[in-house]
Each structure stands twice: as C-alpha cells, then as structure tokens.
Design a protein around this ligand. Structure first.
Ligand code: PMP
Length: 360
C-alpha cells in the first residue's frame, strides 16, 4: 500500500439506526448524526424515479446533460461551468486528483470536513493544517501558510462539524490574495440553509476567480443523500480537467433524474429550510436553558460543548435511542454534533440530554 493509504483513518459515518436497534435492543431510535434532511422525499422526486425505473438496464447519460442544463439555468451559468459528482465528496476527490501530485501540498483548516485529509492522503500529498480561530477558519493564517508547493485549498463554508462560516468580505479578500495557480474549493454543502446576511453566494464569482471551484450537493436541503449527487461550478478549463479524471457514469440514472426534479421543487426546499430554522432555535434555546455552550450555526446541525469528554454522553444518548455524532476525530473530544431533526425528534434529543445531564 502507499504511505498515504496506510496513514489514513477510515471515514466514520454516523451509526445507522438499524445497527443501534440491533446492538442495544432498542426500538424507535432516531438519527440526528449525518446532517440529513428529516422531511422525507419530495413527492415529485418519487414520481420521477418511478417513471425512470425501466431505464436501469442501460448506462446513465455519462454527460449528465439534462441535469447540467437544469443547473446551468438555475445558476445562470453555462453547461461547461458544471461537473457532476457522485456526491460532492466525489467532486472534492476529482479536484484533488486533477490538480495535486505527490510532491504537492493541500491546505485546509483544523476541525475542517473529514474528506479533505482523505483525498489528500490518498494521493500521498502533504497536508498543511492551519489552526482554527474560535473553531472557524482563520483565513489570514491560511493565506500565510501557503507554500510554493500548495496547489489546493479547501474551505468549507459553512464548515462541518463546527458550523462556522466565513463572510463575504473575508472570503473575497482571501480570494484576491491567493496566487492564481492555487485552486480554491469553496465547499458549500449547506448553502441552502445559510440565511446569515453576510454569507456569500460564491457561485456568482466565477468570472472574477478562474481558480475557484464551488462545490454543492443534493444530499442536504434537497434530501437526496442516498442517491449521491453533487456538482462543481468553475471556469470551463477546470471543469474540463475534472471531466478527464472523472469515472465514466459516476452519477447514476435515478440520481440524475431525481436531482433534476428536486432542483425545480422549490416548495420542498423552502419547507425544509423553514423547519430547520425553527428547529435550530429550539435547540439553541434548550442549550441556553441547560447552560450548555454551543458554536453558533445557521446550517442543519449544531455542535455543542460538554466541557468534558463527550463520548460517555454520546453513549448515554444511544441508550436513549438518540444517535448524534461524536467528533473526537476532528480534534473536538468535548463536543458533540447534533443534526436538526423534525420538531418531535429535536424534543426527544433535548429530553434525553436533560435526563442524562441531571443523572451524571
Ligand atoms: N462537504 C461538507 C462540508 C459536508 O458536510 C458533506 C456531507 N457530510 C459533504 C461535503 C459531502 O456530501 P455529499 O458527498 O453527500 O454531497
């Protein structure tokens, strides 16, 4: 095996509900651990998938033409500004493989999304991990950490698992000062939830920054996590390279049609986003009442600080049938991340946490 592969820790997904129920003999467990959309599937998407089931014997459209056309219209861009991925994780991997060699370096923040070290180490490239500021990306320090070998910078905006975001002014200032031969990925998986007035829509900046890649996904607000569809928006020269390293047929037929329809179903997204906003408020109010610190978030998850090792609390929550996410592997052993669920799920999480904290 390569040194990079040997050094890697496998990605640890949230515990699946059926696994918990089996292991702990629990019924009616809830999962608030993977930042999924709790509102169910758009009925329009269900019909579209049903209508295309007979296409399964054939390969998908390897160019994803119809979805790209819909995305181009939605973003007021051209088809050659768009590359499709098997989830946005695939996009992160394609960018790394297209632009980074073993002797190069990839730069990102401490506590940033777990896939950045994976795609970097898989290539055997060097990681430059810049200390965070108040758990968020320190863009000044990140700029100063750029070396002549740095080929790629990942910025999660907002970041998972911290929920922190960088504002428009900070981000533009950063982009204006990074050398043009360095590719910058703005990973915006939670874009649709972000209602902070200073949160930018970087998809509007492609003309200004030819080294910018904006990564978006259908896994979160669009509710299609299982289908695996993400995309990159970038200058056509970048897109062209991503398409060269991309596996043929990386996005399947049902995913293509589901994403195309999901993009049109604005009512579904609006409902999910509105429910999320209320749910976030419920959670933060409960944390405030319990005297629990949390990192402010506008995404569909929030990370809270127990002030002591969080794993026992995580375990105790599992015993109550509530799955959240421990983030010790992100260098945050005292924190847990909880995804905003349906109102009754949020309530169940709050009650379970209250019970555990009064017992310990
Ligand atoms: N980026 C960030 C910051 C994420 O939190 C996630 C989902 N965990 C992704 C990318 C990848 O999502 P997907 O591959 O499902 O599009």
């Amino acid at each position: 095996a390569t040194k990079g592969a040997q050094a890697l820790q496998p990605y640890q997904p949230g515990k699946p509900i059926d696994e918990l129920e089996r292991e702990y003999g629990i019924k009616n467990a809830i999962k608030l651990a993977s930042n999924e959309n709790p509102t169910g599937i758009s009925p329009l998407v269900i019909s579209a998938i049903q209508a295309h089931l007979q296409e399964l014997p054939r390969y998908p459209d390897g160019n994803g033409f119809r979805l790209k056309q819909a995305l181009a219209k939605y973003h007021k861009l051209n088809i050659d500004n768009i590359a499709l991925g098997n989830g946005s994780n695939d996009i992160l991997d394609l960018v790394a493989r297209a632009f980074v060699s073993e002797q190069d370096a990839v730069l990102f923040s401490a506590h940033a999304f777990a896939v950045y070290p994976i795609v970097t180490q898989a290539i055997g490239a060097k990681m430059i991990i810049v200390p965070a500021k108040n758990w968020g990306h320190d863009l000044t320090a990140m700029r100063q950490a750029i070396t002549p070998n740095t080929k790629l910078i990942f910025i999660a905006n907002p970041n998972n698992p911290t929920g922190t975001w960088v504002n428009k002014t900070e981000l533009q200032n950063f982009l204006d000062n990074v050398p043009e031969n360095v590719i910058i990925v703005l990973d915006e998986a939670y874009f649709d939830y972000m209602d902070a007035p200073d949160y930018p829509d970087s998809s509007l900046w492609l003309d200004r920054y030819p080294n910018l890649v904006v990564a978006r996904t259908f896994s979160k607000a669009y509710g299609l996590a299982a289908l695996r569809v993400g995309y990159a928006l970038a200058h056509p020269d970048i897109i062209n390279l991503l398409n060269r390293v991309r596996q043929p047929f990386n996005v399947n037929t049902l995913a293509l049609i589901a994403a195309e329809v999901a993009l049109q179903d604005r009512a579904y997204i609006q409902n999910a986003v509105a429910l999320n906003k209320v749910g976030l408020a419920t959670l933060t109010q409960a944390f405030d009442k319990m005297g629990i610190n949390y990192i402010p978030s506008r995404a569909n998850f929030i990370t809270f600080d127990l002030g002591k090792p969080a794993l026992p609390i995580y375990e105790a929550l599992l015993h109550q049938g509530v799955i959240v996410r421990p983030i010790g592997s992100y260098g945050m052993p005292n924190h847990l991340r909880v995804t905003v669920g349906l109102p009754e799920e949020n309530e169940r999480f709050i009650q379970a946490l209250k019970k555990i904290l009064t017992q310990t």
